[in-house]
Design a protein around this ligand. Structure first.
Ligand code: HEC
Length: 115
C-alpha cells in the first residue's frame, strides 16, 4: 500500500515534469523561429522594437511598443490582425504563415512593451 502510494506520486511527478519539459522546449523553439519570422515578414513596416518604420508610419501603423496599445489589445486581436491584415495597409499572412506560426508571433509582439 505504502509502495503503491510512492509509485503513484512519482508517476505524477514524472508526467508533470515531462509536460513542463516538452512544452517548455516547444515554446523556446517557437520563440526563436518567431523572431526570425518577424524579421522576415514584419520588419518592413514594424521595426525590431515594434515601432513603425517609415513605410509603416506612412501606412499609419500602430506603435506596438506603446503601453496603452498593448493594454487595450487582446492576443486574439493580434492573431486576427496578422491572419487577416488590413486592406491597403497591412498584408494578410494567412497564405504565408501557418496558424501556429501566427500564434508564435504573439509573444514577439508582446515583448515590445515599453516598461
Ligand atoms: C506592409 C506593411 C506591414 C507589414 C509587412 C506588416 N504590418 Fe502589421 N500593420 C501595418 C499597418 C499599416 C498597421 C495598421 C493597420 C490598421 O490601422 O488597421 C499594422 C498593424 C499591426 C498590428 C496592430 C493592429 C491593431 O490592433 O492596431 C499588429 C499587432 C501588427 N501589425 C503585427 C504585424 C506582424 C506580426 C507582422 C508580420 C507577420 C506585420 N504586422 C506585418 C503594416 C504592416
Amino acid at each position: 500500500m505504502f509502495k503503491t502510494g510512492i509509485f503513484a506520486v512519482t508517476s505524477v511527478a514524472v508526467v508533470a515534469g515531462m509536460v513542463t519539459f516538452f512544452s517548455g522546449t516547444h515554446i523556446t523553439r517557437a520563440d526563436i523561429d518567431a523572431r526570425k519570422l518577424y524579421a522576415t515578414h514584419c520588419e518592413t513596416c514594424h521595426d525590431a522594437y515594434g515601432k513603425p518604420t517609415d513605410i509603416g508610419a506612412a501606412l499609419e501603423s500602430a506603435d506596438l511598443s506603446d503601453a496603452a496599445w498593448q493594454e487595450k489589445t487582446t492576443d486574439e486581436q493580434i492573431i486576427r490582425q496578422i491572419t487577416d491584415g488590413t486592406p491597403e495597409k497591412m498584408t494578410p499572412f494567412k497564405e504565408t504563415l501557418t496558424p501556429d506560426e501566427v500564434k508564435a508571433l504573439v509573444p514577439v509582439v508582446r515583448s515590445f512593451l515599453k516598461k
